[in-house]
Design a protein around this ligand. Structure first.
Ligand code: FAD
Length: 408
């Protein structure tokens, strides 16, 4: 039997699998059976963009809830090797190593946090890159009261003031205060080597600074961290800050398994794909999400984001199935880019365009963020086949602002 093998069940992989199932289901007359198999290390679809939140329960959607109703099979295991010439993928599962064949492959293994060679960083810093990292941070914060009293017990340093760093820094004052209870002396410090905090955030930059001041987050732009230890951070010039909590938010790079393909990668380690999400120069292979790069609007490279990963997945799924059925594929083009940064109890900030023009902030932006994070990016949770398949139609949604009733 022919097989579409999808690696990864994140935003790009899950939607690729559902998109392929949708396309196969609409075929009349019925075609030869084509199996869809998804491999992921986790048994759930992680809503990764919510990892800065304290309660992670709603961020893990069981794969069975999405795949069982539509007849997609999935295997829990870690992909270790991809041989595109022989069309084989090696996977480590609880039962041992398996080798899987494919007729078409979708590479959607995402990205992970970059770790430069700062001594102690990988060993001592926490993160919100993965749900496991976010759970470790939560458990760490809850363990603070049982630690011996020290200057930095209730101090948190967030290194990297981009989107992710700003989101977790906004949450930490309240989370630390909860851990500290009656005790005083909580501190949150957001630092970056750039000359300004949130330097790349365009029109959102001053808003993020205002929110940080209101939340009591100390800002330290223009500093270079030289060492992280169990008790804090050291900077170039000799200064150090005692902190029991250090969170690293230093940027993402594509999954290292992109190197298994015989193609040139971009500077973020991504595979170049065409407008149909096909990997250039590797027959039978498609890629989507953070491990793929293509000119999303015909001119600019795609940006690693769930915003692009979901439509890339829907189109990729449609196209991989259409390709197997010898039907014409659909090109993907997205003409907008928005950024919505959660700023904790202060609100949020919403911008449009690559230069991030400020559109709205505070309460209004928070409503948009909550709609995105709690509704828009979820697969249907009804376990209803038709709902799930319909949600994977190859179409580009309107920008989120148009989905929210902004009120008077
Ligand atoms: C805290 C945070 C906030 C963010 N906020 C935003 C935001 O506001 N807006 C936005 O657009 N983007 C945001 N992002 C980025 C967004 O989460 C990513 O761009 C998106 O998750 C990419 O989707 P993906 O499917 O390519 O990869 P992922 O969602 O990372 O999925 C990859 C999947 O592959 C699996 N996998 C990886 N390696 C293996 C392996 N070897 N074997 C088996 N399975 C494997 C993983 O388990 C995972 O399920 C944020 C990211 C973080 C961390």
């Amino acid at each position: 039997m022919q097989r579409i093998l999808v690696l990864g069940a994140g935003f790009a992989g899950l939607w690729s699998a559902v998109g392929a199932a949708r396309k196969l289901a609409e075929e009349r007359p019925p075609h030869e059976p084509i199996a869809i198999l998804v491999v992921d290390a986790r048994p759930f679809h992680s809503i990764r963009v919510r990892n800065y939140e304290m309660d992670l329960t709603a961020t893990q959607v069981p794969l069975a809830d999405v795949f069982e109703p539509i007849g997609v099979k999935w295997l829990q295991g870690k992909v270790t090797h991809i041989d595109a010439a022989k069309r084989k993928v090696k996977v480590e599962t609880a039962a041992g190593q398996e080798t899987l064949d494919y007729t078409r492959l979708v590479m959607a293994l995402g990205s992970s946090l970059v770790y430069p060679s700062i001594p102690g960083l990988a060993e001592y810093a926490l993160d919100v890159d993965t749900c496991e990292g976010a759970a470790k941070l939560r458990d760490h914060l809850q363990s603070l009261p049982s630690r011996h009293a020290s200057t930095g017990r209730y101090t948190a340093v967030v290194i990297g003031a981009g989107l992710t760093g700003s989101e977790i820094a906004s949450e930490l004052p309240a989370r630390l205060a909860e851990a500290a209870g009656e005790r005083n002396g909580t501190r949150v410090i957001l630092m970056d080597h750039a000359p300004r905090i949130a330097d790349q955030m365009g029109g959102a930059q001053p808003v993020i600074e205002t929110a940080m001041h209101a939340l009591g987050v100390e800002l330290r732009p223009g500093v270079n961290v030289t060492r992280v230890t169990a008790s804090g951070v050291q900077f170039e010039g000799g200064e150090s800050i005692a902190a029991a909590t250090v969170v690293w938010c230093g940027g993402m790079r594509a999954n290292a398994l992109t190197k298994e393909f015989p193609v040139e990668l971009d500077k973020l380690g991504r595979i170049q794909v065409d407008e149909y999400l096909r990997v250039r120069g590797v027959p039978g292979v498609f890629a989507a999400g953070d491990c793929a790069n293509f000119p999303i609007d015909g001119r600019h490279d795609s940006i690693m984001s769930c915003q692009y990963g979901r439509p890339m997945g829907r189109y990729c799924g449609h196209n991989v199935a259409a390709d197997l059925l010898s039907e014409s594929m659909l090109p993907l083009r997205i003409d907008y880019y928005v950024t919505c940064v959660d700023l904790g109890p202060w609100g949020a900030v919403y911008t449009e365009g690559r230069d991030r023009k400020l559109v709205t902030e505070g309460e209004q932006a928070k409503r948009i963020k909550q709609m995105i994070n709690r509704e828009r990016i979820y697969p249907p949770r009804t376990r209803n086949r038709d709902d799930i398949l319909a949600a994977a139609a190859p179409a580009v949604q309107a920008a989120p602002l148009e989905d929210v009733d902004m009120g008077a």
